[in-house]
Write a protein of this length. Structure first.
Length: 242
């Protein structure tokens, strides 16, 4: 990717961006003016970065941000590869965002509790089991994943979403009656680093209804802390066209 950034800088710096390209890629002309000022040395790198950050943070130009690159490099890559979304009315406010995570049994130290799975008895930490019933999955001391759905416990080698797919960070649950599954969603109002993540709506949940998004944050106590950090009302969600 570093080579691609160098090529992007050379190509864009040498040839600029034509108005026809702007129309094809849906970049607003006044956004290109900011870029043009930078090409003509009328604004500095710092001023360009501040302008791009403003556009991104206000949902005017949504960058496909790569966390290891700065805003300027992301902007140039976005322009060159059209790896962005700009569409009027694609953003909507008033969203309630929550988080869910995978508890790890070794983080708990209450008494042992027996549960039955497929007519076999298993022993797990009591508080861990309760957390699994709330979150859906948990990693046991044996390395397996204990799941709770359809009002019973299950064991599996990996945690699964509602459709039997591997559960991954970056997955969100959403009400499919509002937006179809597979949608790419950017939530600019979340705290860092979640405000730079392009989420995929691959999951659903019984409690995820209407303008509610549930974000999978990962495994363990740190992931649990993230669920509290990102939970809140009145978020802005942008649904991205690919």
């Amino acid at each position: 990717m570093k080579l691609e950034i160098i090529i992007a800088l050379i190509l864009i710096g040498t040839f600029g961006i034509s108005e026809s390209f702007a129309k094809e890629s849906k970049i607003p002309n006044w956004v290109l003016q900011v870029y043009g000022f930078w090409i003509e040395d009328k604004i500095s790198d710092v001023e360009l970065v501040n302008a791009v950050k403003f556009l991104n943070e206000n949902n005017i130009l949504l960058l496909a941000l790569q966390k290891e690159y700065d805003y300027k490099s992301n902007f140039l890559l976005t322009v060159l590869y059209e790896d962005f979304a700009y569409k009027e009315n694609s953003c909507d406010d008033g969203w309630y965002v929550t988080g869910y995570f995978i508890p790890i049994e070794s983080d708990y130290s209450s008494h042992i509790f027996e549960i039955k799975i497929d007519d076999h008895l298993f022993e797990y930490d009591y508080d861990f089991v309760n957390s699994v019933k709330m979150e859906g999955w948990g990693r046991t001391n044996d390395g397996d994943y204990l799941g709770w759905y359809s009002n019973e416990f299950h064991l599996n080698k990996i945690p699964l979403d509602s459709f039997g797919n591997s559960l991954k960070v970056g997955t969100i649950a959403i009400d499919p009656s509002l937006y179809e599954l597979g949608s790419k969603i950017f939530i600019s109002t979340l705290l860092e680093p979640w405000d730079e993540v392009i989420f995929t709506a691959n999951d659903v949940g019984e409690s995820v209804k209407n303008k509610h998004i549930d974000v999978f944050t990962g495994e363990g106590s740190q992931a649990e802390e993230e669920t509290y950090r990102i939970t809140g009302y009145n978020n802005v969600a942008c649904f991205i066209d690919e």
